[in-house]
Design a protein around this ligand. Structure first.
Ligand SMILES: [Fe+2]
Length: 488
């Protein structure tokens, strides 16, 4: 069972009942002020049906703001384990401090979810999941740690449902859900590798069938199996939304993967195609909403969640006339045309909006399977810093270093040295760590802690604080903090 999308007076509770395929069964739920559920404050009943794969969503209301609750389900005399959740502070309530866990990219077949278990133990108010909560396919050329179920790629509704079911059976993911409410957004692998609205690099209609049908199946299974509400009940594809974290911050969550995304430049020569600068990443409707969210100074922090990285990431610096002739954008040859690098006009527009927040904006991103801190600036990162970006590492998917550095000693250091050389706006990078980030937010300061686990090939309790970076309100330049010793 799990909880998600908390508000100041409620939360979404989720469970799934294991019964015969055709059965319809009643499910009772309880929310209480104590872990024994002896002091209930809300209760009710729902129905688990085959139509939703026996998953159940309950939207609870009438709770108190910034308060911890416990919840549980009962069906046919069987009790679920008891979960803990927490409501958000009221918009006009006391600000104080909020702590958020941020994660992405948990590949079941390539590693254990140690990062989820460690984050479960952290004292956070909620967990933001930036996507790749499941992987629809095996990682190419990677050794498997565990077998995926079903075998092979997910193409149909039963495939996606079974894959979600397998991920939810993982004890470390279960622990995370039992301890903290989750606010989640999809990236591509909830659907297919490098997806955009009209297709995906990981989808070949000649063999994989109709894309809209596959996309609908993936999103339906996601809706069934995630502890999330629908920002627009009439539109299951709408996932972009704002979560107001009391008077402290607005968590503005984009959909950079589906709604509005045009096909990225494909193949091995991404820089050439990016010359067409007006490729769209966000839909017109999403831009209109974002313009409103970032209209002016609110006194709150803006935490902008983007699945894909906003900062330019060049593999090679190539500025001036030579770079232009090569087709380089913003001063270099880019690594990945699927991130904002592939949509340069849209990025300029986003930076213009973030600049209005006058050092009160922080971008949170994932997808790159590595840890980054960057200054966001116009002119491909070379202008005046306008905002900062924190990029969170993968929970267990193969790392950036594994993908890009040859498997020889010292290659990772060379890769990171080359990144710094070609990207002076990158303040810090670690291409090899798996883990999660904890954000500690107060009115004046945001501190980000990058916790890295020591391995994913085995279940382990060892982690270390790889880095701490912080932001002062009004100053978009992130500052390095001093790392503390590991907790385990
Ligand atoms: Fe990923």
């Amino acid at each position: 069972m799990a909880s998600g999308d908390p508000t100041p007076d409620g939360v979404v509770l989720w469970t799934r009942v294991s019964v015969a395929a055709g059965a319809t069964v009643p499910v009772a739920w309880t929310v209480a002020t104590d872990a024994a559920l002896a002091d209930p404050v809300a209760s009710g009943s729902a129905t688990a049906t085959p139509g939703t794969d026996h998953t159940v969503h309950v939207t609870v209301s009438g709770l108190l703001p910034a308060t911890t609750y416990w919840y549980g389900f009962t069906s046919a005399g069987e009790h679920s384990t008891v979960g803990r959740t927490r409501t958000l502070p009221a918009p006009d309530g006391p600000g104080g401090r909020m702590r958020l866990g941020v994660v992405c990219c948990a590949h079941y077949a390539t590693g254990y979810f140690n990062a989820y278990a460690r984050l479960a133990e952290q004292d956070v108010d909620l967990v933001l999941h930036l996507g790749d909560y499941i992987y629809e396919a095996e990682a190419k050329r990677e050794k498997w740690t565990r077998d995926h179920r079903p075998r092979g790629r997910c193409l149909t509704l039963p495939d996606y449902r079974a894959r979600h079911g397998q991920y939810k059976s993982d004890p470390d993911l279960q622990l995370l859900h039992a301890r903290h409410p989750v606010v989640a957004v999809w990236d591509d692998h909830e659907l297919a590798g490098n997806a955009w609205w009209d297709n995906a690099a990981g989808h070949d209609p000649r063999h994989d069938g109709d894309w809209p049908r596959r996309r609908a199946a993936a999103v339906r299974a996601y809706r069934e199996w995630m502890p999330s509400g629908l920002p627009d009940p009439s539109d299951p594809f709408r996932i972009w939304r704002t979560v107001r974290l009391g008077p402290l911050a607005d968590l503005v969550i984009l959909d950079t993967r589906l709604a509005g995304r045009e096909r990225p430049v494909a193949g091995r020569r991404p820089v050439v195609g990016v010359r067409r600068r007006n490729r769209t990443l966000l839909s017109r409707e999403q831009w209109a909403w974002l313009e409103e969210e970032l209209a002016g100074e609110t006194g709150r922090w803006t935490l902008l969640a983007s699945q894909v990285v906003v900062a330019p990431i060049h593999l090679l610096a190539a500025g001036g006339a030579v770079g232009r002739r090569l087709g380089a954008t913003g001063g270099g040859l880019i690594v990945n045309s699927g991130q904002w690098d592939g949509y340069p006009s849209e990025r300029d527009r986003l930076l213009g909006l973030l600049a209005r927040r006058r050092g009160g904006a922080l971008v949170l991103s994932g997808d790159l399977h590595s840890s980054w801190v960057a200054r966001l600036a116009a002119e491909g990162g070379r202008g005046e810093p306008l905002a900062a970006e924190f990029t969170v590492p993968a929970v267990s998917a193969p790392t950036f270093a594994r993908a890009l550095a040859p498997k020889v000693r010292g290659a990772r250091s060379v890769l990171e040295w080359a990144i710094h050389r070609a990207n002076p706006h990158v303040a810090w990078v670690d291409t090899a760590g798996h883990g999660y980030v904890v954000l500690d937010v107060t009115a004046e300061r945001i501190e980000g802690q990058w916790w890295h686990v020591n391995r994913v090939g085995k279940r382990t309790e060892t982690e270390r604080l790889a880095a701490t970076w912080w932001l002062s309100r009004g100053d978009p330049n992130p500052r390095l903090g001093s790392p503390a010793p590991g907790r385990a």
